[in-house]
Design a protein around this ligand. Structure first.
Ligand code: AQP
Length: 332
């Protein structure tokens, strides 16, 4: 029987946070064995906010090195750069005709990013979910492992697929989001009701995968908590402390409630130190491997070229079908 298909991606839009790691990349590792996996570096998405060209290029290579350092194995999946597989942009254009402006303008991320980048509310920002639908649908994806923030975009991809199938006949498989309960939403250390984001302007809000030990420990020491003093997992009532427990649990492989049990009778200082140490211990080997791989420029380029070829072979099948179904002339 054919393996089920998995697609996921991260944008090279900044230094990755432990939210991207726990909510996305780490969950991909165990899937490589049992699924046909497509893991992309979503550079086409990254240009929807203002960017420096040289930085985009550098961050793309850095993200590839990071994927590999985290344990993504290019012999067991397609690891590639989105812009190197032109089918993504092509399918996005075709799907634009079945996606509605109204539904796109209601997306939470569009509203958040429009508010944050008032001077640059470009068409790409509005069209982001259609490109993401194209990313997913190109591979006849069954599952999309993402953090909770991306659930809405996977749902719109499902709507677009169903609408297309309805209008032109069975073409796309309807994908499902795969959201792990633990670590699905790691929150900002400074505003713990908001998600931790790689583009947060406050450097103390996010722990980056490239942060050294002292920085990690310092950021956790400065994390916002509350004045009640009791270590307890209660996200609505105690978002700061609960976020620290959720992070600790995600890195220890236990539940936040179990983590809270470990700190019964202890203070916030103990919790902050323990989370900081646990996170930096887990990041150290990934950081060392990333540094090593970044020096292997030819190897990295080769891995990505091979990944793009693999992805293109699969994408081409869906794209031809879409052109045919929509009635584009192909000589017959
Ligand atoms: N805080 C988070 N907790 C859990 N999962 C998260 N993800 C992001 N933040 C968290 C998951 O990481 C994957 C890749 O995200 P992305 O690069 O496509 O962009 P994003 O979701 O918009 O993440 P950021 O960090 O907030 O990026 P910027 O600041 O560039 O917009 C997704 O699976 C996401 O769910």
């Amino acid at each position: 029987m054919d393996k089920k298909v998995v697609y996921s991606a991260v944008q090279p839009s900044g230094n990755l946070t432990i939210g991207n790691y726990v909510g996305a990349i780490r969950n991909w590792l165990s899937m490589q064995e049992d699924y046909d996996c497509f893991f992309a570096i979503a550079d086409l998405h990254a240009v929807t906010v203002r960017h420096e060209p040289a930085e985009l290029r550098r961050r793309t290579a850095e993200l590839a090195a990071l994927y590999l350092a985290c344990g993504i194995d290019p012999s067991r999946c397609a690891l590639y750069v989105q812009s190197q597989v032109s089918a993504h942009a092509e399918l996005c254009w075709l799907l634009n005709s079945v996606a509605y402006v109204g539904e796109m303008s209601r997306m939470t991320q569009f509203k958040d990013k429009s508010a944050k980048h008032e001077d640059n509310i470009n068409m790409g920002l509005l069209d982001y979910p259609v490109l993401m639908a194209a990313d997913i649908l190109l591979y006849q994806t069954d599952y999309v492992p993402v953090g909770a923030d991306q659930k809405q975009h996977v749902e719109i991809a499902r709507d677009i697929a169903a609408r297309f199938n309805n209008r032109y006949g069975e073409t796309f498989r309807i994908p499902e989001p795969l959201i792990k309960k633990e670590g699905a939403k790691i929150c900002s250390l400074q505003e713990p009701t908001k998600k931790m984001s790689k583009s947060d302007e406050n450097p103390n809000a996010s722990v980056l995968l490239t942060d050294d030990r002292d920085t990690v420990l310092r950021k956790f020491r400065r994390a916002v908590t509350d004045s009640d003093g009791e270590v307890r997992y209660a996200p609505a009532e105690k978002p700061g402390v609960s976020n620290l427990l959720a992070i600790y649990a995600a890195f220890k492989g236990c539940s936040p409630e179990e983590a809270a049990g470990e700190f019964a009778g202890k203070g916030y200082g103990d919790l902050k130190t323990a989370v900081g140490e646990t996170v930096s211990d887990a990041l150290a080997p990934v950081q060392a491997e990333r540094e090593r791989l970044l020096k292997e420029k030819t190897y990295l380029a080769g891995v990505l070229a091979e990944g793009a070829e693999k992805a293109f072979r699969a994408a081409r099948r869906t794209l031809s079908k879409v052109y045919r179904k929509m009635g584009f002339y192909r000589g017959e």
